[in-house]
Ligand binder design. Sequence first.
Ligand code: GAL
Ligand code: CA
Length: 330
Amino acid sequence: MRKSFLFTLILILVFPFSLYADEIKIGSCIYRFNDAFMLRFRNAMSAECEKIGAEIEIADSQNDQNTQNEQVDGFISNGVNVLIINPVNRMEAQPIIDQAKAANIPVVFINREPAPEMLASYERAYYVGAKAEESGTQSGELLAEYFKTHPEADKNHDGKLQFILLKGENGHQDMILRSKYSVEAIKNAGIEPVEIASAIANWDKLQAMNIMNGFVMSIGPENIEAVLANNDEMALGAVETLKNSDYNKGNSEMYIPVVGVDANASALDAMDKGEMLGTVLNDADNQGMAAVRLAVALASGKDINSIGYEITDGKYIWIPYQKVTRGEKN
Ligand code: GAL
Ligand code: CA
């Protein structure tokens, strides 16, 4: 009797989810598979499902909201117990919420935050992500710290920081808030930021490379004191272009500090080589794990406050960002 009780207790402690997760089917849509950060996110969700024995099907929405809505329809008619959705357009999340509500299944949004009133329209709608302003602040701080400790970075000796801003997809909370708060953080560090150019490169390395190429040609690399990119892929695009102009090849002479967000492996690699200054960890592992655990708890009627992640305002799980420089976490 006591023995079996102990055994059950150990099972509960060691496998808190395996006791009920195996019956749960999750339907998930990712805005597009061809996105370096979302690949990490997908892998994290699959790994957690494997661990707890839940079933997950992940669909590629190919950057098309209609495609995604049809995929959601399909999941619902196939009888999934819960949805994890990375909306193509976060402002068009309402129809998905309505679909989920009509089928009375919970929906967890990830990475692209629906408006609060949308989430409020269905008691079983949630969001798992990271606070965009936090990543903006941290990337701005990284750059400000560098500028303060490297007087040579002020190439035109005017005490101000002439920077280029590479922005993510229009309307994305991470594009809006990272752009705003990174610049704000530079100001708060007592440095006057001067935006010499900015453009939208849609999180994409190739687009950023081309845009940066135009800027380098028209402005001259010697007049650029920093590049702030809303994510690592765009930062790496900028680095690639700078390398073509013999900058950022790992020797400190010809160098423009470039900062990104995500801490993807390729960015950490570039940082190790001295080609890129820093990034901010966008914690895909924890976001993916939290999304799956929340989804499974909701679908099985378990207490969502016992999944190991704090629920804020009844609807949100926020995973913190972390500054990263040269392979080390600050
Ligand atoms: C951001 C991430 C970008 C991109 C985007 C997709 O959080 O930093 O690299 O993946 O999400 O929505
Ligand atoms: Ca300057």
